[in-house]
Design a protein around this ligand. Structure first.
Ligand code: MN
Length: 344
C-alpha cells in the first residue's frame, strides 16, 4: 500500500507527522486531490490544544485545503483531472431535520473534515465531486486557502440578514474578522470594528471600516453610541473574537431589535441576563461553518469584488507544522494568516 505523510494531532498538545495509507477513490469519494496548501485556522489551534469541544482524536487536522485533481472515477461531470480545487469541509447525512431544512452545516450527524474525520494536512484526499469547487484562475494555491474563511464570513452575514441600512459592529479583527469586513462592506452598511491591536485596527480602516475601537483603551459602549445614528448602538453585532466575554459585550452594545451573531466555541460560562436580551428583543443567532458558500466566494473573487492576494503572512512546509503552530503561539503582531504547503 502506498503511503503518504500527514500532520496528526494524536491527543491534545501532541502533534506528529505520521505515515498513512494513500486514499483511494471509490464510487462516493470519486475525486483524488493532491493537496497543495492548507491554512491554519483558530479551530485547528483549538484542536491541537484540546479546547475544541467538537474534536475527536487522533485526528489529521486542517479544513482549509486546496489542491490539484490527479484522478477521478471517470464519471465526474464538473471536475476533471488537472483542475485546481478547494474542498468543502462539511459532510452531512442529508436526512435529519437540519439537512431537510437546507442547513447541512448543522447536520445532526455532522462530520467536518479536519475535526470529526481526517482533514487536509496531508498529501492526498479522496472526496466526492460535489465537495470540490474550481479555483479562480489567477489565484495562487496559498492565497486560495482564504476562500474558506471567507465562506465563513458570507455565512455569518447571511445569518445576520445584513442590509445596507444596518450599522454593523465586528468584534475582533484577526483572520476571521478581517474576512468579515471584506464581505460586510459589499452590503454598503456602516461598519465599526473593535480589537485590542492597533495595527489590526489600522488595517481595518484601510480596508473599509468607518470607525474602530481599541477595546483596551476605549469604552466600547460609549464608542458604539458615539459612532451610531442617534446613539442607537449597532443594529447587528458579529462576534469574531469569540472570547468568553465577547457575547456579553455584544448583547450589551447592540441596539433594540438588533441581531447578535455568535461564532465561538467556548464552553466557559459567561454572564448573560434575560433582561439584556428580552428588553431589546434581540435575535441571538449562531453561525457555524458555512452552508455551500464556496461558489459565491469564488464568484466574488472572479468579479473583482474581493481580493484574496497579499493576505497571508507566513508559509511553512506541512512537515514543519510543529514550528508553524509554535510560531502562531508567539502571537507575533506580524501574523495574519499562516499557510502550510505540501509541495516538495
Ligand atoms: Mn477555518
Amino acid at each position: 500500500m502506498e503511503k503518504i505523510k500527514a500532520v496528526q494531532i494524536e491527543s491534545p498538545d501532541k502533534l506528529r507527522i505520521i505515515e498513512m495509507n494513500k486514499p483511494k477513490i471509490d464510487s462516493c469519494n470519486n475525486v483524488l486531490v493532491k493537496i497543495k496548501a492548507a491554512g491554519i485556522c483558530g479551530s485547528d489551534v483549538g484542536i491541537y490544544k484540546g479546547t475544541n469541544a467538537a474534536a475527536t482524536y487522533p485526528r489529521v487536522i486542517g479544513h482549509e485545503m486546496v489542491g490539484e485533481v490527479v484522478e477521478t472515477d471517470g464519471k465526474t461531470e464538473k471536475i476533471k483531472v488537472g483542475d485546481r480545487v478547494i474542498i468543502d469541509q462539511v459532510t452531512s447525512c442529508g436526512t435529519c431535520y437540519a439537512c431537510r431544512h437546507g442547513r447541512p452545516n448543522v447536520c445532526q450527524n455532522l462530520q467536518v473534515r479536519g475535526v470529526h474525520i481526517d482533514g487536509g494536512y496531508r498529501e492526498y484526499m479522496a472526496v466526492p465531486e460535489e465537495d470540490c469547487y474550481i479555483l479562480p484562475e489567477k489565484l495562487r494555491y496559498e492565497d486560495a486557502v482564504l476562500i474558506e474563511p471567507t465562506t465563513i464570513a458570507v455565512q455569518a452575514c447571511s445569518r445576520a440578514e445584513l442590509k445596507e441600512e444596518d450599522e454593523l459592529l465586528i468584534i475582533g479583527c484577526g483572520a476571521l474578522g478581517s474576512r468579515m469586513l471584506s464581505i460586510a462592506r459589499l452590503y454598503g452598511c456602516k461598519i465599526i470594528v473593535a480589537d485590542v491591536v492597533d495595527e489590526k485596527l489600522e488595517d481595518a480602516r484601510k480596508n473599509g471600516a468607518d470607525f474602530t475601537i481599541n477595546l483596551l483603551k476605549e469604552n466600547i459602549e460609549e464608542k458604539c453610541k458615539e459612532y451610531t445614528t442617534e446613539a442607537y448602538g449597532p443594529t447587528v453585532t458579529i462576534d469574531c473574537a469569540c472570547t468568553k466575554d465577547s457575547l456579553g459585550t455584544a448583547i450589551k452594545v447592540t441596539g433594540n431589535a438588533g441581531r447578535v451573531i455568535t461564532m465561538g466555541f467556548s464552553v466557559a460560562p459567561t454572564e448573560v441576563t434575560n433582561f439584556g436580551i428580552t428588553s431589546k428583543e434581540l435575535d441571538i443567532r449562531g453561525s457555524r461553518l458555512q452552508n455551500r458558500k464556496f461558489q459565491e466566494v469564488i464568484d466574488l473573487v472572479d468579479e473583482g469584488k474581493i481580493d484574496l492576494n497579499n493576505k497571508i503572512s507566513h508559509t511553512f512546509k506541512f512537515t514543519d507544522a510543529q514550528a508553524a503552530f509554535d510560531f502562531n503561539d508567539t502571537h507575533d503582531p506580524s501574523i495574519r494568516k499562516i499557510v502550510l504547503t505540501m509541495d516538495e
